[in-house]
Design a protein around this ligand. Structure first.
Ligand SMILES: *Cc1c(COP(=O)(O)O)cnc(C)c1O
Length: 412
């Protein structure tokens, strides 16, 4: 029995175990894969657990900044020690209230999704007597590589269509309370390999330079997005990008020669790569059944516990690992959760070892898009336990709780 199974037996299932040593390793590998001038934003949506946030902000040399898009994420990153000046606020639906809250907390860097968004940011900043530094999020008309979640070149709630920027020029640079300082791109998530990642970054850098020219301005800040990949809920290793640093430096030298001296700051973003392989989901087998020739393994956690992608309508290629690597896979069965909906499936007809009620199985590479990306409240089960370790050392055990707060009427 490994440490994870012991922890799961001690603190109960379903539970996540996050290892901060692995978070630190991912942070180190990603910084090593980037030119030293390039800044790195951690997308808090991948996992806003306080200890993971704190680990990502730590680090002897270079540390992550935070990319957020709600007041909940704002509170999480502030209490993890991030300073307002280290935060990038993004998202297509920023309200006046949340903008005021973010600006009051010292956030000054915003990704702008539309003209209306720019005016909203300007109005909130003006009321507080400050100026918000704005990056125009660009929905480029063209893209270069293939990816699993493509968010560019199609109609979208995200960003300005690149072809419309030249005609908007007059309207972008004189909005009180704002200063348009650059651009933000996020064309790709989870690149299939390093070549696609490099291809996409090259393309983005070139598009950024073209947008700069069309707008007749000089960018001081360009966020060129992400796409750093990690296996999700299946076995396998987090890739290390050995060729990225030189390729990125080459593209930046060509299109943004001032990047080495800080004339233009360059940033990238990552969620899953930084936390994905730090997490293991431990689930207990409650029951087994056969129905019309198909087998089902019923677990104590399903899409209420690990619903990130199934919540978006995709069945994950989940694989389950037993702790003893030697155990043979000897049955095909579906892994289903405890919810009263046929949609509560973690894996359909997958290869599994023999299992019995009471067994604990582990799903590897589950550190990103876990609890907070799940249908946590659906059917009223408790949120999964989240256990944080650093190697052998046990640091914390906690659970998200939700409760009703009355604004009117009274608690019965
Ligand atoms: C979700 C998101 C990320 C993180 O994506 P990963 O695939 O987890 O790296 C980064 N930037 C933006 C703008 C996002 O919406």
């Amino acid at each position: 029995m490994t440490g994870h199974t012991e922890l799961a037996k001690r603190f109960g299932t379903p539970s996540y175990v996050y290892d901060l040593e692995r978070v630190a390793a991912a942070r180190g590998d990603l910084f090593d894969a980037l030119p030293e001038q390039v800044e790195l934003f951690y997308a808090a949506k991948a996992n806003p657990h306080p200890e993971l946030l704190r680990e990502l902000r730590a680090g002897e040399g270079r540390r992550c900044r935070a990319e957020i898009s709600s007041t909940g994420e704002l509170a999480a990153v502030l209490s993890a020690g991030f300073d307002g000046g280290e935060i990038l606020y993004t998202g297509p639906g920023k309200t006046a209230g949340e903008l005021t809250e973010a600006l009051s907390a010292g956030v000054r860097l915003f990704s702008v999704e539309s003209l209306g968004d720019l005016h909203g940011i300007g109005a909130a900043a003006s009321r507080l007597g400050v100026v918000a530094t704005c990056l125009l999020r660009v929905n480029s008309a063209s893209a270069s590589a293939t990816s699993s979640i493509r968010m560019t070149g199609v109609p979208s709630q995200f960003g300005f269509d690149s072809e419309t920027l030249p005609e908007l020029r007059e309207q972008l640079f004189d909005v009180p309370g704002t200063e348009v300082a650059g651009a933000h791109f996020f064309p790709l998530s989870n690149a299939k390999d390093e070549a696609s990642l490099i291809g996409e970054f090259r393309h983005t850098v070139e598009v950024a330079a073209r947008v700069q020219q069309e707008l007749g301005t000089r960018f001081r800040f360009v966020d060129i997005g992400g796409g750093f990949s990690v296996p999700y809920a299946v076995g396998g290793e987090r890739p290390v990008y050995g060729g990225l640093r030189a390729a990125m430096a080459g593209a930046l030298d060509e299109w943004f020669p001032g990047w080495r001296t800080g004339e233009v700051r360059i940033a990238v973003e990552s969620g899953r790569y930084l936390v994905g392989d730090s997490g293991t989901l431990m689930v207990g087998v409650v029951n087994l059944k056969e129905s019309r020739g198909r087998r089902f393994v019923i677990l104590d956690g399903g899409i209420n516990t690990f619903g990130g992608m199934s919540g978006l309508g995709r069945i994950m290629p989940v694989s389950v690992r037993l702790d003893d690597e030697g155990i043979p896979l000897e049955q095909i069965a579906s892994l289903v959760g405890p919810l009263c909906t046929p949609g509560d499936v973690l894996g359909r007809d997958i290869e599994l070892p023999a299992l019995a009620p009471g067994d604990v199985v582990s799903i590897p590479n589950a550190g990103a898009y876990g609890p907070t990306a799940s249908l946590l409240m659906f059917l009223g089960r408790p949120a999964p336990t989240e256990i944080v370790v650093r190697g052998e050392e046990l640091l914390s055990v906690s659970r998200i709780e939700h409760s009703r707060a009355y604004q009117l009427g009274r608690e019965l």
